[in-house]
Ligand binder design. Structure first.
Ligand SMILES: Nc1ncnc2c1ncn2[C@@H]1O[C@H](COP(=O)(O)OP(=O)(O)OP(=O)(O)O)[C@@H](O)[C@H]1O
Ligand SMILES: [Mg+2]
Length: 238
């Protein structure tokens, strides 16, 4: 039976069989069979929590994030347990990872619906998330790898996105840094929303302060002096 299943799997996924466990390979295949993408192209990043790939749907590029059965799932649980949206979450490894993927999908959707510049999420199934690809044939660089040509203009766009995320989407990113902002043609696109939290989360304000402090520290190195507390005030003020 297992052999038969293997035989029906298209060749194009065989190349990835060594990076995925059996269940993940099945999930990737299932998502592909819904028409989300025809093939995984190449790895973008083998990250701490996930592996990211480019994929193609016709002429369109997509980004596929596959959450790994990470060893830090206890930390994931602690992040999600106080969030009222995940009440009743089970302390089971696979269900935590799948919930983590759904959490990122929902957060991205909520941000996108409120016109925050994030990749549009297309689909989530188990630990596989399909989203818009940010780049032109190559993924756009992280801010860390490509500083903006006009730091002030870039910063203003970024803080305005953080404000919209807070005021309209009612979310705080909670893991913001120069690694989770892409420099897409000199405009910011915020990625990696798996840690994002609802404003009802007890530490939401502290997380927002931390996000803004980290970004202000980064921009200070580029010569832009911003008082992070003042910036937090601007984001929170109605
Ligand atoms: N939609 C996208 N389009 C293009 N590139 C992307 C996209 N999403 C993520 N990437 C690339 O993949 C990298 C890792 O993505 P992400 O931050 O979501 O995962 P992660 O598990 O947090 O990885 P890390 O170990 O870097 O923290 C990003 O820094 C970026 O370079
Ligand atoms: Mg990241």
């Amino acid at each position: 039976m297992a052999e038969q299943k293997e035989a029906t799997r298209p060749e194009r996924f065989k190349a990835f069989s060594h990076v995925f466990d059996e269940g993940t390979l099945r999930a990737v295949f299932k998502v592909a069979s819904t028409g989300q993408f025809e093939a995984l192209l190449s790895p973008i990043k083998i990250g701490k929590e996930a592996n990211l790939f480019t994929a193609k749907k016709g002429e369109d590029w997509r980004c596929v994030k596959v959450y790994r059965i990470a060893s830090n799932f206890k930390k994931m649980f602690e992040y999600m347990a106080p969030d009222p949206r995940y009440a009743g979450l089970k302390r089971n490894k696979m269900s935590i990872i799948n919930t983590w993927a759904i959490k990122e999908y929902r957060n991205l959707l909520r941000a996108r619906e409120n016109e925050v510049r994030v990749p549009t999420p297309y689909y989530v199934f188990k630990n596989v998330l399909v989203m818009e690809f940010i780049g032109h044939n190559e993924p756009s660089p992280q801010l860390n790898n490509k500083a903006p040509e006009d730091p002030e203009a870039f910063y203003e766009m970024l803080i305005s996105n953080i404000r919209t995320l807070y005021q309209k989407a009612r979310l705080v990113h909670a893991d913001l840094s120069q690694f989770n902002v892409l420099n897409y043609d000199e405009k910011p696109v915020i990625i990696d929303f798996s840690h994002a939290i609802d404003l009802r989360y007890p530490n939401a304000t502290q997380m927002l302060e931390r996000d803004i402090r980290i970004m202000c520290d980064y921009f200070r190195k580029l010569g832009l002096k911003k008082d992070y507390k003042e910036e937090v005030g601007k984001v929170i003020a109605k």
